[in-house]
Ligand binder design. Structure first.
Ligand SMILES: NC(=O)c1ccc[n+]([C@@H]2O[C@H](COP(=O)([O-])OP(=O)(O)OC[C@H]3O[C@@H](n4cnc5c(N)ncnc54)[C@H](O)[C@@H]3O)[C@@H](O)[C@H]2O)c1
Ligand SMILES: [Zn+2]
Length: 666
């Protein structure tokens, strides 16, 4: 490859990884690897200015623009930050600033929150618009989604400027992230890799009601523009706190380099105790006149820089690999490691995710492996030291047959996971379904832990969830570990669960991709299990939020004789298999039932929130952006032209506020 080809190849790779990271929220490589590729390209471009290109990834911020949203131009460009990984580069930055300014200056050190950037515009104290970074020049309008984040004020107080912008980071606290992934696991959905991807993905959901359920939070850290209360970055932030903003905590003013290093060292350790992830420290020159003097490059300010923490890594031995079979039959490889200390905890196991990852690492037993803990909860193996491998080491092969039942494994095209197809006879799948069924968010049957379920299964008392309802107290009591009293209590709980409302029963059935939220959506559109079992692909796909993957899974479930027989047995033991009229008042009766709306612009008679409420009250659905599934676009004043054009293109009916009110007021 000549230099030109190398440059082009690197640019293509970086474009691809930017797309995976910012648009799909599914990075394929680590940040470190990405930054290393970027550095290679920077070096080549610096050495060969004749090949420079304003469109090169070195010259532009990675774009998160998504066709589903309306795009808005930024008043002030929304840029990236220069990255450094070591103290030498921090020193370089400090000395460069000192040289250019030739006057004393203060540096504010802040935490670098690992989320996704947002620009909020306020007018007369009201949140007007929330826009993502996009390509730095234009961003996606995600106002409706951002309004669901409780820590972002909709109305300010005090002496705020008439119109201004404030920027910050939307993120998911770790606890919220864990809860979300547990929910996804229960629904058989793929897990989010880390809180950053989960936060960025949530912000780009098409339905604000779904966003509202994600525990997103936001810290504000910057006010762009000239018309601000003071000429000090930190004092402006203090002002913003008075107006009602949640300002980034823990910032520190530094006057010397060693104070900066002290701050960095402190947070490199203390970050483990924060309830959210940070991936580094941001340094900003505090004085706005000095900022102006330093200026910007095409991609980042010259008055700020970020210092990124080293990912926490360790090296240890691979002892063995287990293959675990989950409720859905997916086979997950898990590495057993010689115990090693990593990021303050002892690690003995690491996820290997799937067969492709084992193959790409070319793992052998007893290998010296590098493990890393990024934003993820479970550490992962990132590499192998092949020089330490003995010639007789045995290669780790992915199993071809289910380790539990011996069935040959199958893999669907395009999927990374191998599945055991023997769903009705493979013990961990049966037990997994029962555990899911009795879970707190499903039938909520207490007292039956996984050990008891294992016992019930091994003793032939329970083969599927309907058998639970035929259990008698004496049968339970004869099992080891269970006294008569606790046995009677469990039976009481099981019988009581026939009162659990239908949406939770539907979730409890464990249909693949039908999590808690999807179950509710399906119940609203198909208020009984009979209606759902007869729904065709078209009817399912016409339901808001239901895509082809879920539709296919529902159809497959009901096409299976074993499942249909199970439903009949559950019907016979008295389970609730239809929505009662109290819990779903709008399911069939509402004037707007089955219709979905997008509200856009400002309105004369009602506020946007009132209009949205009316839609919900009458059984309709609010969507945040126009798609083929939208029935009506309620157009107000100052509506974005892009939204209008999309609606026209897709043939979505465009109605006025008056038209809309006529639909509900009769
Ligand atoms: N793994 C991949 O495939 C891949 C792909 C693209 C980018 N990346 C990663 O993303 C980085 C580039 O992303 P970037 O351009 O968003 O830069 P960045 O994340 O390195 O820094 C800029 C961002 O920091 C955030 N930030 C957090 N706290 C802040 C604070 N207190 N003050 C100011 N900003 C704050 C803002 O969102 C800002 O946009 C790369 O260095 C790489 O590590 C990875
Ligand atoms: Zn099996």
């Amino acid at each position: 490859m000549d230099i030109r080809q190398q440059i082009n190849h690197l640019r293509e790779q970086l474009h691809h990884h930017n797309h995976c990271y910012y648009v799909l929220n599914q990075p394929e490589i680590t940040d470190r690897e990405f930054d290393a590729l970027m550095q290679q390209l920077i070096d080549l471009e610096t050495a060969h200015p004749e090949w420079s290109d304003p469109n090169s990834p070195t010259q532009r911020v990675g774009s998160d623009l998504n066709q589903e949203f309306t795009q808005v131009a930024h008043v002030y460009p929304m840029l990236s930050l220069g990255n450094t990984y070591n103290q030498g580069e921090v020193t370089d930055f400090y000395q460069r600033v000192a040289r250019q300014l030739q006057t004393p200056f203060e540096v504010v050190c802040e935490l670098k929150f690992d989320g996704t950037a947002i620009g909020l515009t306020y007018e007369n104290g009201k949140l007007l618009r929330a826009v993502t970074r996009g390509d730095g020049t234009r961003g996606d309008d995600v106002t409706d989604n951002v309004k669901t984040i409780k820590s972002i004020p909709l109305q300010l107080h005090g002496d705020y400027p008439q119109r201004f912008e404030i920027r910050g980071e939307i993120f998911l606290p770790r606890a919220g992230f864990d809860a979300m992934n547990r929910e996804r696991e229960a629904a058989g959905e793929p897990l989010f890799a880390n809180p950053r991807n989960a936060a960025a993905g949530s912000l780009k959901l098409q339905n604000s009601a779904l966003v509202a359920r994600r525990p997103l939070d936001c810290f504000l850290y910057y006010l762009p523009g000239g018309d601000l209360p003071t000429r000090s970055h930190r004092h402006n932030l203090e002002k913003a706190a008075d107006w009602g903003f949640k300002i980034a905590p823990h910032l520190r003013v530094c006057h010397r380099l060693d104070e900066i290093f002290e701050f960095i060292d402190h947070w490199d350790k203390a970050r483990r105790d924060l309830p959210y992830d940070i991936d580094g420290i941001v340094l900003k020159v505090d004085n706005l006149d000095q900022q102006d003097e330093l200026g910007f490059t095409a991609k980042s300010p010259r008055w700020a820089i970020s210092y990124k923490f080293q990912a926490e890594v360790a090296t240890t031995r691979l002892l063995s690999v287990d293959f675990q079979v989950g409720r859905t039959g997916a086979v997950t490889p898990v590495a057993n490691l010689a115990p090693v200390l990593l990021a303050g905890t002892t690690v003995k196991r690491a996820s290997l995710h799937n067969a492709d990852i084992i193959a790409s690492l070319d793992l052998h037993l007893n290998d010296a492996v590098h493990i890393e803990k990024g934003g993820e909860i479970i550490p992962k193996i990132t590499g192998v030291d092949e020089s330490l491998r003995s010639t007789t080491a045995q290669r780790v092969e992915f199993v071809t047959h289910c380790p539990e039942c011996g069935s040959p494994l199958a893999r669907e095209t395009g999927e990374a996971a191998w599945y055991c197809p023997n769903q009705y006879h493979c013990p961990p799948q049966i037990k997994g379904r029962i555990e899911h069924f009795i879970g707190r968010k499903a039938m909520n049957i207490d007292g039956l832990g996984s050990e008891t379920i294992d016992l019930l299964f091994r003793n032939g008392l329970v083969r599927d969830v309907s058998d639970l309802y035929r259990l008698e107290a004496w049968q339970l009591a004869t099992l080891e570990r269970l006294g008569e009293k606790s046995a009677a209590k469990i039976i009481e709980q099981i019988q009581g669960s026939t009162r659990v409302p239908y949406p939770r029963v539907l979730f409890a059935l464990g249909i693949r991709f039908v999590g808690e939220t999807v179950a509710k959506v399906l119940c609203r559109a198909f208020p009984s299990i009979d209606a759902l079992s007869q729904a065709g692909e078209t009817a399912l796909m016409e339901t808001p939020e239901i895509g082809p993957r879920i539709a296919r899974s529902v159809i497959d479930f009901f096409a299976d004789d074993t499942n249909r027989a199970l439903i009949e047995r559950l019907r016979n033991v008295g389970l609730t298999l239809q929505a009662d009229s109290d819990t779903a008042p709008s399911a069939s009766g509402g004037a707007l039932s089955g219709l979905s709306f997008v509200i856009s612009g400002t309105f004369a008679i009602k506020s946007r929130d009132e209009l949205k409420q009316l839609i919900e009250q009458h059984g309709g659905k609010n969507l945040s952006s126009v798609s083929a599934k939208t029935n009506y676009l309620v157009a107000g004043q100052n509506m974005g032209p892009a939204k209008l054009a999309t609606a026209e293109k897709l043939g979505v009916k465009i109605i006025s506020e008056e038209d809309f009110l006529k639909m509900v007021e009769h």
